[in-house]
Design a binder for this molecule. Structure first.
Ligand SMILES: [Zn+2]
Length: 86
């Protein structure tokens, strides 16, 4: 069996909140950043996630599963698009 040394993009997605929260172990963080350095897709993902958290405000990212956050963002867009504000 080969030992997995590199994080997969899927693992990156799972680790992003931990990374942005700054609670990641240094060794894991180094692997995360090594992956980022070589992967444009994940670099974009992390930047988008960071922006999302900034837009949504003070939500604790740890407490918000990604699908829920996506729904929140979509709900905010709908309110903005609705002239009645309903
Ligand atoms: Zn990647």
């Amino acid at each position: 069996m080969f030992r997995r040394r590199r994080l997969s993009c899927q693992q990156m997605v799972e680790l992003v909140t931990e990374y942005l929260d700054g609670v990641m172990e240094p060794r894991r963080r180094a692997r995360f950043e090594a992956h980022l350095a070589g992967c444009d897709g994940c670099t974009n993902y992390v930047e988008q996630f960071r922006t999302t958290v900034a837009v949504v405000g003070r939500l604790e990212v740890d407490d918000v599963p990604e699908p829920v956050m996506a729904e929140l963002i979509s709900a905010f867009r709908n309110w903005a698009d609705d002239p009645d504000g309903a």
